[in-house]
Design a protein around this ligand. Structure first.
Ligand code: NZQ
Ligand code: ZN
Length: 400
């Protein structure tokens, strides 16, 4: 095994029955929360009323900030931070999906550092300012997708420059997160599918590039993947089933808490690097959807170039029972079987289907290389340069 660190400071509460304990925990963070929500789904579903009643019952005052967009905009985060600072809030409570949770991390950092703009802090920006800290963050995730409820990351979009880029600090890890599956039954199926794609990617990425040094990380990751592969089709048939929703939700948290890669070789999140550049170009593209479009093309490009062939074959064996004496054949069989799963689960598309035209591929590849390679090719067990990225983007057009 390779050396690693695991640091998960988040107090996780799972289940609707844990509401009292979660809000007791929030009372330890302070008595005034900036309560951050998105475009209104949590209002319509009644979750906001439940949460504000609990805050009142626990004598926690709150200031509401509403209107965080999917792929959260830097400028909206700036506005929320001004409000939170003016009101003197003690902590930020995110009630929403990954976009609301990520925005809340940015807001908590700006309030702590008394800064006005989040964008100069993102990776790849010329100034790339360093953040000093954040006021405490707590989350109530309403999607099963990003694991932002435990991660150190916030991914920020800037529609003014067609940009999307992460910020990562240990102090962004939430102090407490309440995983309540009853808040997931309202997630539209399209968003549920996008989320399933995102969960899978978090375990796929390093499984593919991280080598064979940690069989335990492999078995753990396969468990998360198998759960998503099995559960997503069941949720399609029974979207209101809280037990199924809970399986996806917990799989999501477990997929990106760093235990999934422990002991493997560290590696870059290639599909994420490419996808963030894609949804930066088109802010209406959901992150998980962008990843779903990239999977077949990226996987095929890797195998065609002789990279991680053994790992793809192993995935085929472990996830789908594919037995093949020829590794390359096994790898391709895995890709085909997974491609069928994407097709069966409404996740099989092309970049042109999501308004990303071929004449933009070069510009998007340049952005990924600028932000994630500091101007040099990315590292996917060997170089992945602009030409390779454009080839992968073009290969998605075969997905019909
Ligand atoms: O805005 P509202 O009205 O709340 O509607 C949202 C939004 O339209 C809706 N929604 C959320 N929960 C719902 C619901 N609708 C009905 N019922 C519910 N319970 O779903 C839509 C999408 O929400 P969003 O938060 O954008 O989706 P997701 O959770 O997939 O988050 C995506 C963002 O997270 C970033 C992505 O890049 C993207 O910006 N990521 C963050 C990561 C992290 N912090 O570590 C890692 C990930 O890899 C990812 O990059
Ligand atoms: Zn992701």
């Amino acid at each position: 095994m390779n050396p690693f660190e695991v640091h998960i400071p988040t107090h996780i509460f799972y289940g609707k029955e844990k509401d009292g304990l979660f809000f007791d925990k929030l009372a330890e963070l302070g008595n005034h929360a900036l309560l951050v929500i998105g475009g209104g789904s949590v209002k319509r579903a009644g979750y906001l009323d439940e949460v504000t009643s609990q805050l009142n019952a626990h004598h926690i005052t709150y200031t509401l900030f509403e209107g965080i967009e999917p792929n959260p905009h830097a400028q909206t985060i700036d506005k929320a931070a001004v409000l939170g600072k003016a009101k003197g809030v003690d902590f930020v409570l995110a009630l929403g999906g990954g976009s609301v949770m990520d925005a809340s991390k940015g807001i908590a950092g700006l309030i702590h550092d008394d800064e006005k703009e989040i964008w100069p802090f993102v990776l790849g920006e010329p100034k790339h300012k360093t953040m000093k800290g954040a006021i405490p963050i707590a989350t109530i995730p309403t999607t099963a997708a990003t694991a932002s409820e435990v991660t150190a990351y916030a991914v920020i979009s800037n529609v003014e420059v067609n940009g999307k880029s992460p910020i990562g600090y240990s102090f962004f890890k939430p102090a407490a997160s309440w995983l309540n599956p009853s808040y997931h039954t309202s997630i539209p199926l399209e968003t549920t599918r996008d989320g399933a794609s995102d969960i899978l990617s978090h375990v796929f990425e390093n499984y593919i590039l991280g080598g064979n040094d940690s069989p335990l990380a492999d078995r753990y990751s396969e468990g998360v993947m198998q759960t998503v592969l099995d559960t997503m089709p069941l949720v399609e048939k029974d979207p209101g089933n809280e037990a199924l929703r809970g399986q996806l939700m917990w799989a999501s948290t477990l997929a990106l808490n760093t235990i999934q890669i422990a002991g493997r070789k560290p590696s870059v999140f290639i599909m994420h690097n490419l996808e963030h550049a894609l949804s930066g170009f088109n802010p209406d593209l959901a992150h998980g959807r962008g990843l779903a479009i990239l999977y077949p093309a990226y996987f095929k490009w890797m195998v065609q170039n002789g990279r991680a062939v053994d790992r793809f074959a192993l995935l085929g064996e472990k996830l789908f029972g594919i037995q093949s004496s020829d590794e390359k054949k096994g790898a391709y069989e895995f890709i085909e079987t997974f491609e069928n799963w994407l097709r069966d689960n409404g996740l099989y598309q092309r970049l042109s289907d999501v308004n990303i035209p071929e004449n933009a591929f070069g510009e998007i590849a340049d952005y990924a290389i600028k932000v994630y390679g500091s101007g040099s090719p990315l590292n996917a067990i060997g170089k992945l340069d602009k030409e390779g990225i454009v080839t992968i983007f073009k290969m998605t057009e075969d997905q019909k």
